[in-house]
Design a protein around this ligand. Structure first.
Ligand code: SF4
Length: 318
């Protein structure tokens, strides 16, 4: 949960997660949809799927206990060298260095490295960390390094004056702590998406995304991306025709939502629609759902905001 984000932003999810899945067995037994729902809002849904698969492997092949061997951890779905090292050092106090983005930034600044670390430099970092680990409590050492990067040696405005390793820091000595490492330029693609909110006999129409690819297995309202040269209403008509085989009788703009995903920034335009004909539904992946039941389905963050809007509006009697 904590990869590429901060503790405050995952805290409520973390607490809720352990209420739902107090141990490996509970997670392994849970249906994927329940797992994705508990993850809703955290993004990177592949991690939730991998965690679920890992729990099943642990249950099946390791008698329900998280393995204590690095190689066994590395073989679990979603476990790379960083996760394996973090788990084995923090849970079992074994000396494996955990090199995450925060720790890497501290090391880059300590050595005043002006270029992006290549694989040789990464190995040097791991080697140096391993040498320190042998003398210290590995779990605490790894966590201290992560916290140093997250709270003191932050990407912007590092707190060098109170930094416990300031006297070893070459970037600080050379006054380069603000420019090393060079800030990453993110080139977000911008896309516009239109959604059709279709309600019949008191129920909303939702559909499941394919089981592979972006936001796999999550639910959404029918719709899709606006193509170049299309109006939003034109895109809505085309998408609903393609997905439901039905023409729109009338559409009314409801709300706009902006949301940043990993690779792009999306503007979602939701329209309330009535259709000219009954849509042809795919039984396995499209269904009518009562308003109260919408919250049982895992939605991507943008659509989840639409769900909350509808819930609020329904509670006000609209
Ligand atoms: Fe980071 Fe500043 Fe500490 Fe160097 S002195 S490690 S730049 S916080």
């Amino acid at each position: 949960m904590l990869q590429q984000t901060t503790v405050p932003s995952v805290y409520s999810h973390y607490r809720n997660w352990f209420k739902l899945f107090p141990d490996v067995q509970a997670l392994a037994r849970a249906p994927l949809q329940k797992v994705l729902k508990a993850w809703e809002g955290l993004g990177y849904y592949q991690r939730a799927r991998n965690l679920h698969r890992a729990a099943r492997v642990i249950n099946r092949e390791h008698a329900g206990s998280v393995p204590q061997k690095y190689e066994d951890l590395l073989a679990l779905p979603g476990f790379g060298p960083y996760i394996a090292a973090a788990v084995i050092s923090i849970a079992y106090d074994k000396p494996y260095p955990a090199l995450d983005a925060n720790v890497r930034r501290v090391l880059v600044r300590l050595s005043c490295l002006s270029r992006k670390p290549d694989s040789r430099m990464e190995n040097t970092f791991l080697h140096d960390l391993a040498a320190l680990l042998r003398k210290n409590r590995p779990g605490e050492f790894n966590q201290a390094m992560m916290e140093l990067g997250a709270l003191v040696c932050r990407p912007k405005n590092p707190s060098c004056l109170v930094c416990p390793v300031q006297r070893f820091c070459l970037a600080y000595k050379q006054g380069k702590q603000e420019v090393i490492p060079a800030p990453r330029k993110r080139n977000y693609r911008k896309i516009e998406t239109v959604l059709g909110i279709i309600k019949e006999s008191g129920k909303y129409l939702i559909q499941k995304r394919p089981s592979t690819g972006l936001l796999a297995g999550l639910w959404e309202f029918p719709g899709g991306k606006r193509k170049k040269g299309e109006t939003r209403e034109g895109a809505l008509r085309r998408e609903l025709k393609e997905e439901l085989g039905a023409e729109i009788r009338e559409e009314k703009f409801l709300l706009k939502i902006r949301h940043a995903y990993t690779q792009f920034q999306a503007s979602l335009y939701a329209y309330e629609c009535t259709l000219r004909s009954t849509p042809r539904l795919r039984r396995d992946s499209q269904r009518w759902v009562a308003p109260w039941a919408l919250k049982q389905y895992p939605f991507p963050s943008g659509s989840a905001k639409v769900v909350r809007f509808l819930e609020k509006r329904n509670s006000q009697g609209y």
